[in-house]
Design a binder for this molecule. Structure first.
Ligand code: ATP
Ligand code: MG
Ligand code: MG
Length: 351
């Protein structure tokens, strides 16, 4: 049977491996860290760094197609892999999403609304950007940020100095603060044949920069709902994308503002495991394997809650609740802020 190569062995790689296995594929995980969560379920694991050319080559030679669970794969590794096997989603999507500045420029060139933004490399840039954009604003590192890390809020101009210090010399981006009523995301998929399918938008609540819950359906008017889906399709088509993407949106009175995109399965799409016949992980595997996209229609309302750090203490009680599906990642070490699992509460019609 065919082998799906997955770069990254965290929970997303784990759930992709399960989906691959269910479709009769074998998953081969490539992960620098020891004992990755995906290693417990994948058929094969390579533990090696992204600078290990021999290991990368050997990995590529065992697989039919390469995908990934995170966007920050070093360019040198991608350069080595690309001539050996197809990488899906492709390099353009990675290039765009590895750098917030490139990503914001791409989105705004597509004609989509984004927060006002400007590149900031030093104090002079920051002063100019603040003069143009105004406070409140958020300074973000261009690369490697997640879960709100690498961000500093500038509520008033006097916060600028500390915010720049927080960037520790890394190239950054100033974003104007978007006055949104709530946050939603679209989990969108595009097949190798160019067809696009979107799951119903979910509504997301963050705490301390980390996603806590996703609720479907999201509070959106019919017009906002179709706008969310159409703009997501627009992004996927522009990238000639193959696979699943997460598109994060702010809902404002002036319309939907695109916050960021993630070229992979997405935490805000975990509800699909229990709300749809075909979930985001299967949809991604279908797309990268060149299969037709599946039917991702929602058959129930759902609330996904992340289990973070000590939330794991609630597992025995959660395990007793009806209509509650637990998804645990097999991580042995509990750390504050660490995503340990999630729970999907299914709200069935008529109950
Ligand atoms: P993720 O874990 O989703 O990848 P991240 O670290 O890449 O997060 P963002 O998604 O850019 O960071 O920001 C995290 C959260 O901070 C957003 O979901 C939103 O709540 C808030 N936020 C980010 N940018 C803005 C903005 N320009 N205006 C208002 N709020 C913002
Ligand atoms: Mg992000
Ligand atoms: Mg985000």
């Amino acid at each position: 049977g065919a082998v799906i190569g997955i770069l990254g062995g965290g929970q997303l790689g784990r759930m992709l491996s399960v989906a691959a296995s269910r479709l009769g594929f074998a998953a081969h995980i490539y992960e620098p860290g020891a004992n990755p969560p995906a290693g417990q379920v994948a058929a094969q694991v390579t533990t090696a760094g992204y600078d290990d050319a021999a290991a990368l080559t050997a990995f590529a030679e065992t697989v039919d197609v390469i995908t990934y669970e995170f966007e920050n794969i070093p360019t040198s590794a991608l350069d080595l892999l690309e001539p050996l096997r197809p990488i899906r989603p492709g390099r353009t999507a990675l290039k765009v999403s590895q750098d917030r500045l490139v990503e914001k420029a791409f989105l705004s060139d597509l004609g989509l609304k984004t927060a006002p933004f400007a590149a900031v490399d030093d104090a002079v840039d920051l002063a100019e950007a603040l003069a143009e954009i105004g406070a409140p604003a958020i300074l973000k590192t261009r690369r490697f940020g997640y879960d709100g890390k690498g961000q500093a809020r500038i509520m008033a101009p006097e916060d600028a100095e500390q915010a720049l210090a927080d960037m520790a010399g890394a190239p950054a981006l100033l974003e104007g603060f978007v006055d949104f009523s709530h946050e939603v995301s679209v989990i969108a998929a595009r097949g190798a044949d160019g067809s696009v399918a979107c799951f119903d938008p979910g509504e997301n609540v963050h705490r301390d920069g980390i996603l806590r819950t996703t609720t479907v359906p999201a509070r959106l008017t019919p017009a906002q709902r179709s706008d969310a889906v159409l703009l997501s399709a627009n992004i996927l088509n522009a990238l000639n994308y193959v696979g699943v993407m997460g598109v994060e949106l702010f809902v404002t009175p002036a319309g939907l503002v695109v916050n960021e995109i993630a070229p992979r399965v997405h935490n805000t799409g975990h509800w699909t495991q229990n709300g749809c016949a075909i979930d985001q992980f299967e949809q991604h595997i279908r797309a990268v394997a060149g299969w037709p996209l599946g039917d991702g229609r929602r058959h129930a309302d759902a609330v996904m809650e992340n289990l973070i750090g000590d939330d794991m203490d609630r597992v025995p009680e959660l395990a007793r609740q009806p209509d509650t599906a637990l998804h645990l990642y097999g991580k042995t070490e509990v750390k504050p802020g660490r995503k340990m699992g999630h729970v999907n509460r299914v709200i069935r019609p008529g109950r």
